[in-house]
Design a protein around this ligand. Structure first.
Ligand code: ADP
Ligand code: MG
Length: 438
């Protein structure tokens, strides 16, 4: 297919969703790919795709690959669990295989991800999918292996995946040299370009070759105008591809809001846990202290559960997640460190003990279930403290979430330890003081 030029859109503040690839008002429209073979991919890339058992491209792959393989910058939005990782990895492999290396042994591709866990997961998928490409990979993330990671960067890695903090660290020391970067991917771009990360991102972007000397790709399930605006200075005018313009939440996830008084929440959770006993469940709370509180109380009530927050040592975080993925741990309670991007097979239940304050986080939390076409259930506990968060969520996902009022039959009596009974008498001791979100 001949490429005449990019499909360019003026960036208009009033446009909420990206136009579809069938939009006729633009100078070039590339048809979605119906198979991997028609994309002209290198045999080494195709072999990786076959190894993983991918038969046909997912909608976001079908729509974005014709552009990304053509060298265009792109902002891609598609629901959680629909194969965005492979979309950018295939692009990277193909580009690097096609173009001869210009610099010495320097990294040629950089993928930035917001969490350490997601970084490791992307690195793993890159190794699997890229097994026949001969490229070398490095994951760069905080909390572990400072010297080992530095060593692998020094020894000349082709593709680097990392979280912003550690990347900056190595950049400042010149351990990570960016002169050879030909392609940059920002995964979970809206998270990385929001308030918490934008300064770090700017620092990294300033240290890369200029945007017109590289290809830049952004992906997320929740892309908004702010994201596009933030990247304006850092990428060529991007093609915007949205695989699912109408819905942000996949159809396979059944999600409901259960209205319940705050003080009854835990007993409701206990009731639910009894019902789903043995199935894999991921419980989200808004704060670290909330996570620890739920873990303690579940344990006291005979449920083995583990907690995953940003406070926990990185090695332990990795172990926990591995054990959860293998099914050795069935109940994991987490802050939003676990809401972005992680692909865990067969998480049947997602329980939102609190509604997130950031509407996008709702989409990402419930997106941990019903991945790659499977089905899942998400239940959100909504108390008088959460109700104000409903409206922005419904606005973002463009639909009303079905709701019901919890009945007292659904509550289970709670066994309380002596220590807690005392604390309950002095409830202020719980959650006292300032609490950072993760
Ligand atoms: P997200 O869109 O949320 O980033 P992932 O990239 O994590 O989703 O993909 C979710 C799952 O789908 C992964 O297990 C991945 O290996 C699988 N997958 C990706 N592309 C395909 C494909 N073309 N066919 C089948 N499975 C795929
Ligand atoms: Mg992803």
């Amino acid at each position: 297919m001949a490429l005449k030029g990019p499909k360019r859109y003026a960036i208009m503040p009033h446009r909420k969703t990206a136009p579809s690839t069938t939009d006729t008002s633009n100078d070039i429209i590339l048809a979605p790919a119906s198979s991997f073979t028609e994309l002209g991919l290198d045999e080494r890339v195709l072999r990786g795709i076959r190894d993983l058992g991918f038969e046909a491209p997912t909608p976001i792959q079908a729509k974005s690959l014709p552009y990304t393989l053509g060298g265009f910058d792109l902002v891609g939005q598609a629901q959680t669990g629909t194969g965005k990782t492979a979309a950018f990895l295939i692009t990277i492999f193909q580009r690097l295989l096609k173009n001869p290396r210009k610099q010495g042994p320097l990294p040629r591709a950089l993928i930035i991800s917001p969490t350490r866990e997601l970084t490791l997961q992307i690195e793993k998928e890159a190794r699997d999918l890229g097994a026949h490409t001969g490229f070398s990979f490095a994951a760069v993330l905080g909390g572990i292996d400072y010297h080992r990671q530095a060593e692998s960067l020094r020894s000349g890695t082709d593709i680097v995946v990392g979280t912003p903090g550690r990347l900056i660290d190595y950049l400042k020391q010149r351990t990570l040299k960016t002169d050879g970067i030909e392609i940059l991917v920002i995964d979970e771009a809206d998270r990385l370009l929001d308030m918490g990360f934008i300064k770090d991102l700017r620092f990294i972007l300033k240290n890369l070759p200029p945007f017109n000397a590289r290809q830049t790709l952004l992906f997320s399930a929740t892309i908004n105008f702010r994201v596009i605006e933030a990247t304006y200075h850092y990428m060529k005018i991007p093609v915007e591809v949205s695989a699912t313009p109408q819905t942000v939440v996949v159809d396979e996830v059944t999600h409901e809001l259960v209205h319940i008084e705050h003080r009854k929440k835990f007993r409701f959770l206990l009731g639910l846990m009894e019902k789903i006993r043995g199935e894999r469940a991921l419980i989200f709370a808004n704060t670290k202290s909330g996570v620890m509180m739920i873990k303690e109380r579940l344990t006291e009530n005979g449920f083995s559960a583990s907690a995953l927050t940003g406070d926990i040592l990185q090695r332990k975080r990795i172990k926990l997640l591995e054990r959860f993925m293998k099914g050795e741990i069935t109940v994991l309670i987490a802050t939003d460190v676990a809401s972005r991007g992680l692909h865990i097979d067969d998480v049947g239940w997602i329980i939102l003990y609190d509604l997130p304050q950031n509407a996008e986080d709702y989409v990402h939390r419930i997106g941990r279930t019903a991945r790659a076409g499977k089905r899942g259930v998400a239940v959100s506990l909504v108390s008088e403290q959460d109700v104000y968060n409903i409206e922005p969520i419904e606005k973002l996902i463009g639909e009303k979430i079905s709701y019901r009022i919890a009945s007292d039959d659904e509550l289970s009596p709670e066994r309380e330890s002596e220590k807690r009974a005392k604390k309950t008498q002095h409830p202020k001791k719980w959650g006292k003081g300032r609490d950072s979100r993760r």
